[in-house]
Write a protein that binds this ligand. Sequence first.
Ligand code: HSE
Length: 308
Amino acid sequence: MKGSAFAPATLSNLGPGFDVLGLALDQPRESIEVELGVGSGGIAIRAEGPYGDRLPLDPKKNVASFAVEKILELHGRPAHASLRIHKMVPPGSGLGSSAASSVAAAVATLRALGAPLDPDAILDVGRRAEALAAGSPHLDNVAPALFGGFVAVVGTDPPVVRSLPIPKTWALAVILPHLEVRTKDARAVLPEKVPMADAIANLRNLSGLIDAAIRADLASFSRHLVDRLAVPYRLPLWPYLEDARRAAIGAGALALEISGSGPAMFAPCANMEEAEAVGSAVEKSLRARNLGSTRYACRPGGPGALHS
Ligand code: HSE
């Protein structure tokens, strides 16, 4: 019995929505195939694609095989499967690599079983996979990887996800410096308490951001992409950010923000031409620091694994 699925790369946090907001991109996408009952028992992993060689092949450390195992366990089936991962979402990028893997693997396994795609069960497995990969069960990449679109995680235990509107005609410049930032390390620098004024600023910005998405107001959306709960503490992890921001704004963007714990950055743009120009200017600023990068010009709110 075989099943397959894809799951998209995702932006998370989106400025003030730390651990709450997530957005599916239309590319890159991870694809995974699961075949049940083959091999000599256990879960055999084959990783291919541009980032396949960066995945752990030990099933205890690999989030995709973790998801396969947990779904099989839920259905009373032995952990006996082979798994082929076409790894397109770069690990340690801030683009939801572990969420794309665990969600695509869970959906592919349910398809191989011929079982219904129960979103609650998949979110629960995704949350536990994030805890394995990053030491924290955040859902802001898992939820958009599963449902697609722009989402808010409004409940965590049990997970509750609400879909928000976002204009599909907007574009995004997404630039990934060739560095790896481990989410676990980026969470370790966060304080336990934050000043009240920062919490209030985030509430204001979060309200403004969602309002701007509803009204399709790109300038207001960009203006509210400001976080005071996590980004200020993580700045030392992203020494290129200020130069990159200047370059993006010089090329016509209104804001450039980090996705998740980085190192990837994104700038909302009015159209694909602007996204190309902004991406290229940011890449130039990175090259000036001897940093290579990969860039994507994306549409926001692509489909999730449920629709793959
Ligand atoms: N919300 C998470 C964080 C996303 O910023 O730690 C991790 O990519």
